[in-house]
Design a protein. Structure first.
Lengths: 289, 314
């Protein structure tokens, strides 16, 4: 199988970053979305490719459920999350007949789908393409790495939660990156503590510091520690992304913004992710020099 | 063997595709021109010779699958606590079929154990009275070693867990699965006969429920009975001020509403308790260390219900 089609298609994209984690439910998709929104807010054009074929979450998080993919002469046109078309998104969720239908596929069929995503989607000019992956180290990951190989993706961002059980799976993912020669751009420690909205006391629901410790131990760049923010959970959950969520007073009249990019800026977490996005940008530009 | 023919027909197959498992696969008139024709026509077919061996080895045990479309919702935690709870009065085998991310050894505090070979097959690891465990985690040289395997190899490993492990006489077998609806799940469903049912674990937010709906669809396609849904991490009580907050906000009514919509029983809700996570990290039994916490009570209630449902079937 020739991968030159992938190269051609991705020639108009400056940086490709994979978001990985051995463990499920640590926030890969929500970190991908937040990184994308932060990069868009910093003036970049960003694409998000969701290769979690059995459990695509990106459409719901970006408020794009029930959207359809259109076919143009140049390829599949991704779905845009904002009016300025600065945030493009592609997911198998757009291709399913209903949100309840399962995708019961074995490896080879998943590989073919991922290849199609990489060759047939007309992204146009992008500064960043973020690839959101399913948990594990199996078919989807091998397919993505294999098809991207000649084109040299910039690397992977690893997401973890602080508890030891998650870290042991994340260590496996780091080992995978080493095996396949994928550079690691950094590690994010997600769900590190929860600030009680009633008394502002921070509880470490899933312990804390584990991700930072692991980064130090393995000598990887540590991108940051992000707490659980119920407002963000609500923003990713709600269908209307223009409402500014307010967990403390859910019945109050909601402020309305122009788009999800703007709404996200009202969340506390956006400040942390702005830092992470900047950090990534710098390390990528350093690499180029 | 469960009928999974419908589930194995690819969505983009030609019309009237007989299914890759059928005896006419690759030979039917509708196979003409299908790009997979030669693969279907040349593949070994007919019942797998290992199936009778497996079903004999595991006969007499109630087989319970712990599933969830979503990752990180607490499948392994639930499977471990369920096994520990059941093991108080019966013989239980816990099989970790999550090949790429085995968490069970860590949760049960038996990470450094090894699997031994005897004339009757592999001996599972005994964690406590009545509880034996098998996981790929016991076979890795170090805990940072990754298992980068494609589907067929994972299926082979799972088959070995079922065929070659000397489980002894078990009352219950609990299967902890990886997230998704793919090779591992198909393998388990195809290799096991007489599955008692599946317990689906979810968290309250829509993003997780979405994936669980897919898993319910999978169970229905593969004809696996659904024992019920467990809502994990629902509600969090601040240890500082006792104020309750919902970390994973149930924007669409949570598991309760989904269960009503899809007509599956809701077995119960387990609150988020940081002590559960801590018990998992240290490999101690949460039911023992925090016996009087609301989460432990919820667990015990759910385990009792599962026992009742499963035993009622026979």
């Amino acid at each position: 199988m020739s991968n030159t089609d992938v190269g051609e298609r991705l020639a108009s994209i400056k940086h490709v970053i994979l978001v990985l984690s051995g463990k499920g439910g640590v926030g890969k998709s929500s970190c991908t979305v937040q990184l994308a929104l932060s990069l868009v807010n910093q003036g970049h054009k960003v694409g998000v490719l969701d290769i979690d074929l059995c459990g695509p979450s990106i459409p719901r998080m970006l408020g794009l459920e029930n959207q359809q993919i259109h076919q143009a002469t140049a390829g599949w046109v991704p779905v845009f999350a904002d009016a300025d078309k600065r945030l493009a998104c592609m997911s198998i969720g757009f291709l399913l007949p209903s949100k309840d239908s399962s995708v019961v596929w074995r490896g080879p069929k998943k590989n073919a789908m991922i290849k199609q995503f990489l060759t047939d989607v007309y992204w146009g000019d992008l500064d960043y393409l973020l690839i959101d992956t399913p948990p594990g180290t199996s078919d989807e990951h091998l397919a993505a790495v294999e098809y991207l190989q000649e084109w040299n993706p910039d690397g992977a961002v690893i997401v973890t939660t602080p508890q030891a059980v998650a870290l042991s799976d994340v260590k496996k993912e780091i080992n995978f990156c080493e095996k396949v020669g994928l550079p690691i751009l950094g590690l994010i420690e997600n769900m590190s503590g929860f600030v009680c909205p009633h008394c502002a006391e921070c509880t470490n629901v899933f312990s804390t510091g584990g991700g930072e410790g692991l980064a130090k131990h393995l000598d990887l760049p540590f991108l940051g520690r992000t707490p659980i923010d119920p407002n963000l959970v609500m923003l990713l959950e709600q269908e209307d992304k223009t409402q500014v969520p307010n967990v403390n007073d859910p019945d109050a009249e909601k402020e309305i913004t122009g788009s999800i990019v703007e709404t996200y800026q009202r969340c506390e977490l956006s400040k942390i992710f702005a830092g992470i996005a900047k950090h990534l940008e710098e390390s990528l530009s350093n690499k180029e020099q | 063997m469960a009928d999974v023919t419908a589930a194995t027909i690819p969505a983009n197959a030609p019309e009237h595709c007989p299914g890759p498992e059928s005896s006419t696969a690759g030979k039917a008139s509708s196979c003409e021109g299908c790009p997979n024709q030669t693969i279907c026509a040349t593949q070994a077919r007919g019942p797998d010779p290992d199936l009778p061996i497996i079903s004999e080895r595991l006969s007499g045990a109630h087989k319970i699958l712990v599933l969830s479309g979503k990752g990180g919702v607490g499948k392994s935690t639930f499977a471990s606590v369920l096994s520990q709870g059941l093991a108080q009065s019966s013989e239980v085998g816990l099989v970790d079929v999550d090949i790429c991310g085995p968490s069970v050894p860590k949760l049960l505090g038996c990470e450094n154990e090894q699997v031994h070979q005897s004339s009757n097959g592999w001996s599972p690891v005994y964690v406590q009275d009545g509880l034996s465990v098998m996981s790929v985690g016991f076979m890795l040289p170090s805990d940072s070693e990754s298992v980068v395997w494609r589907g067929p190899r994972k299926t082979g490993m799972i088959k070995q867990f079922l065929r070659d492990v000397d489980w002894g006489q078990l009352d219950y077998m609990v299967f902890d699965t990886p997230p998704g609806t793919s090779d591992e799940h198909l393998a388990v469903v195809q290799l096991l006969s007489g599955i008692s049912g599946a317990v689906l674990v979810t968290t309250p937010q829509e993003v997780a429920l979405q994936d669980v709906r897919k898993e319910i669809d999978f169970c229905r396609k593969a004809k696996v009975p659904i024992i019920g849904v467990v809502e994990n991490m629902s509600g969090f009580v601040c240890p500082g001020c006792q104020g309750e907050s919902r970390i994973f906000y149930p924007s669409t009514g949570g598991a309760k509403k989904m269960c009503e919509e899809l007509r599956v029983p809701l077995l119960g809700s387990i609150p988020l308790d940081p002590r559960i996570g801590r018990a998992c990290d240290f490999g101690s039994s949460f039911l023992d260390t925090c016996a009087d916490s609301p989460a432990a009570t919820a667990y015990l209630d759910i385990i009792a219900q599962i026992k009742k449902i499963v035993n009622h079937q026979t």
